[in-house]
Design a protein around this ligand. Sequence first.
Ligand code: ADP
Ligand code: ADP
Ligand code: ZN
Ligand code: ZN
Length: 732
Amino acid sequence: MSRDIELTGLRQNNLKDVSLRLPKERLTVFTGVSGSGKSSIVFGTIATESQRQLKETFSLFVRNRLPKHERPRATRMSGLTAAVIVDQKPVGGGVRSTVGTMTEVHAILRVLFSRRGEPSAGPATAYSFNDPQGMCPVCDGLGKKVEADVGKMLDEDLSLNEGAIRIAAPGSYVWQLYARSGLFDPDKPLSDFTPEERDLLLHGSGFKVSRGKYTNTYEGLVTRFERVHLKRDLDQLDRAAAPYVRQATCPECGGRRLNAAALASLIDGRSIADHSAMEVTDLIGVLEEPGDPVAEAAVESLRRIDAIGLGYLSLDRVTPTLSGGEAQRLKTVRNLGSSLTGVTYIFDEPSVGLHPRDVHRLGDLLVELRDKGNTVLVVEHDRDLIELADHVVDMGPGAGTHGGRVVFEGTVAGLTAGGTLTGRMLRRVTGLKDAVRAPSGWLTVAGANSHNLKDVTVRVPLGVLTAVTGVAGSGKSTLMRQELVARHPHVVLIDQSAIGGSPRSTPATYLDVMDPLRKLFAEASGVRPGMFSFNSTGACPLCKGRGEIKTDLAFMDPVTRVCDACGGSRYSEEALSYTVEGRTIADVLAMTAEEAAGRFELPGIGGLGVLGLGYLTLGQPLSTLSGGERQRLKLAHRMRERGQVYVFDEPTTGLHMADVDTLLALLDRLVDEGDTVIVVEHDLDVVKHADWVIDLGPEAGRHGGEVIFEGTPAELTDASTYTAKYLVKSLG
Ligand code: ADP
Ligand code: ADP
Ligand code: ZN
Ligand code: ZN
């Protein structure tokens, strides 16, 4: 078997006939500016091809049930091994998936309790909230119960005849059940009902009532609603009922998800639910017991969670509430626990969300994975992680069509000494700014207590650039998202999350320039604007506006080819017969934002150039944008008014050190034009560039949640927080 992964003639996305040799069982880091082609190699080519080849080995039955992967554009690929992608996608699994179930620590705890819990509830499944033997019978192990919200169901000021029951329109069958039951005065407002009448309306049941010629068993409004509409799983709730319910902690288990027998079983006075509710760091202390192999196994896994900077989480935290960075680090922990070797692990910027203090611990884990005999490929911008690489592939020189080449391949020392942009940036040492801006006013958050925040009162300066810092889990996002953004309508959150909308959304649709464009074409050609929409009259009749035609070949991967009729433009022949300034609508959508802005009056796209997105074409599907590109596009959308307060959540994600300079220039420009910019950041170049710093800590979880420093970056260098320590270190 070859010692290398050999790739020849890669042409996926912007790759320009790239050939590469990657050493197996080594740690390779891919660097380069955003859009240079790192993901196109690692995800678009290597991961896709590995998964496609792996799929070929399954039976047709299994294959047909797996996602379909098309062959990446490449001449030759050999030496690939099974690939495991560890990315920032949210962890699925709904409310039944917790940190404990995902990392398998919960399973170990269950074994521990089955052996040592007093009294024992039985074998290990008796402690599982996902197993009928262990789950609370009332909430089925969800810990929560959906119940009718009477306040939302009734309008107390109205009578039954006036529509007091919001879910039962006058005249409807349900309305008749109550208004015509003969039990109540249908013209009396509910607020005048006696307590007995009210109880009868809501909960009465069991007796016969006659309505005209029918006789029914009377059933109270709430009783009936819960029987008809409420399923135990929130996900299964029907649309009609959704507005009239609320989620409450399960009264039986008190949110602990388990049945009475499981909850009664204790070790040292604590149930398995008590263990799951503790922060991981605290739980380690409780379980440390030399000589018990099961407890030792649990502690070993817990130490890994702690080592990766997630010791502030509890095992009962439901995974859908984790941030992208937290999710990725937990997936890393899970993979470290596995005994697989010979696998290719692929990481997408694993340093996201990590304070400089914790980056080296993440590095240790990547090295541990490698040393188990795996190939580790990492897309990363963080200096400390780049340092760890056995091999570096630097992509560039620019982004998009200006990138797609390997500009350096070799050791970190070689990269740092070399002339590529990455090499030059690695050698650079930046200092503090000479002067900071003075605030034009203050915004106050007072008595903040969400999650781990400890009655935080903090002033946020207006008209300047503020960095909110602190170790992961210290409370930065909570302070910004739950307290600042949620309570101040004029504060705009700009993050990297997906942009909703249809798969056909493009920068043109998102920035509302399709309408003016269609009008422009309609006026010039005298036909209706719908002719210039590929979702409407203008669609190519063959591909129905999709631009491509997919052929499913039963035994092979599907083949997608560009539509013969429209050549991929999505438009009908007629639509393409009209031009403005010699260009068809398809020609205009294929133009970059920069070109289009120079030629047409389209105010919506003017901002893209300033945001460094001038290279996007108007018609590029939004699904192909990176997180950083999405974040800036959202900003372009919001940037039309001045004097706004923006909160950016880790805007340097996905950005090369050189891209960070561009980002800072952009943030400066916003501030200089009158906006307020607040960034939640770990990147020390951003912290140095800020006018004001709010540092949270001192540690994470319940050991954090306080403001431990407020002031200028220069003042921070005299403080004793972790951020201060790493800031001073980075000043050289
Ligand atoms: P990086 O990972 O270095 O940020 P990418 O590999 O994601 O860069 O992107 C390289 C280029 O390919 C960019 O110009 C990007 O817009 C383009 N690109 C990425 N994915 C797609 C896609 N699915 N379809 C079309 N273009 C794409
Ligand atoms: P940071 O942004 O500094 O990484 P967070 O604000 O995300 O920190 O987290 C602060 C604390 O709040 C942590 O203990 C974290 O586990 C907790 N926390 C954050 N989000 C949730 C949530 N959705 N449910 C429960 N606890 C949460
Ligand atoms: Zn329950
Ligand atoms: Zn077509």
